[in-house]
Design a protein around this ligand. Structure first.
Ligand code: SF4
Ligand code: SF4
Length: 299
């Protein structure tokens, strides 16, 4: 059993990502690397340092404490990550909190303690905990003890997954202890999936079909609507037909949120996809008509 793992964030009192009042837990590390990832800081399974240019007053205090020569004011991402040893001295002295670590280690005991603080609210609202990421099932060896404890406490558990997980371990250690899965389906064609998400979708679709057949808990497919990548007529029609052949009735459509575009620079990454518009009415109507045979959320 793995007792500790890295999390990017924990949000209490959330009203989305599942029914009722929930605690959302964001794991660090994902086997996919989608070009539009809204949480790029959750892709790497390692601790990172982030720099927020908007909070920086250019006081140069950080520069004076860095003995790795990793801070460079002429460099667009400010920190040379190949030199930085994550000592954290710059973070400690920054007066504006412009520098931060991304990824904090949590033991199962500590995380359980945080989740259980809101038990009464979950009970009264029909809520619980949602594991998100990153990819929670990338951390199965940590998750297995956690979900078992939560089941004992009768807490509703939802997992948001990209579907790229080890099926044997998932059935053995996770599925018996959870209540709901939000299963992301992004791109139907394997080559396009590999191009935009950096892995083929064969394992994802096989896992999806298998868990759907299993029918032991509720599984809701989610489709992110990424302009010119996932939201094309061709891709959405293929996904709609695929879901119909599996007798799926309900899906969640996730409209594109352009607010993520400033995030990659904060961790020193140049994004290969950059689209800054919100979805418009015409596109909404087009997409709704493709899924008219299915039940979905308004968006
Ligand atoms: S974490 Fe340490 S090594 Fe990295 S930039 Fe800050 S002071 Fe330098
Ligand atoms: S210490 Fe903080 S505010 Fe000052 S220059 Fe460094 S990052 Fe910017």
């Amino acid at each position: 059993m793995l007792d500790k793992t890295l999390l990017v964030d924990i949000k209490r009192n959330a009203l989305d990502d599942g029914p009722g009042i929930r605690t959302l837990v964001f794991f660090k590390g994902c086997p996919l690397s989608c070009v539009w990832c809204q949480n790029p800081e959750a892709i790497s399974p390692f601790k990172e340092i982030s720099f927020n240019r908007n909070s920086c007053s250019e006081c140069e205090t950080c520069l004076s404490v860095c003995n790795q020569d990793a801070i460079d004011f002429s460099y667009e991402y400010r920190i040379n990550r190949s030199k930085c040893n994550l000592c954290g001295k710059c973070i400690e002295v920054c007066p504006n909190s412009a520098l931060k670590f991304v990824g904090q280690e949590y033991s199962i005991k500590d995380l359980l303690e945080i989740i259980l603080k809101d038990k009464i609210f979950y009970k009264n609202s029909g809520g619980g905990v949602t594991f998100s990421g990153g990819e929670p099932l990338y951390h199965i060896d940590y998750m297995k003890a956690l979900v078992k404890e939560l089941k004992k406490e009768e807490i509703n558990v939802c997992i948001e997954t990209c579907g790229y997980y080890n099926r044997n371990k998932f059935y053995k250690f996770i599925l018996p202890h959870i209540d709901l899965i939000y299963f992301d389906l992004k791109i139907y064609e394997p080559e396009l999936h590999a191009k935009y998400c950096k892995v083929s979708n064969e394992r994802i679709l096989a896992n999806f079909e298998d868990v759907i057949k299993n029918k032991s808990i509720e599984i809701v497919p989610r489709i992110p609507l990424i302009p010119n990548i996932t939201d094309t007529d061709d891709n959405l029609s293929k996904l709609a037909n695929y879901l119909k052949t599996l007798n799926i009735r309900r899906i969640i459509l996730l409209p594109y949120n352009p607010l993520w575009v400033s995030k990659p620079a904060m961790i020193g990454i140049k994004p290969s996809y950059n689209y800054s518009e919100w979805i418009d009415i015409k596109n909404k109507e087009r997409i709704k008509s493709i899924f008219s045979d299915l039940e979905f959320n308004d968006f």
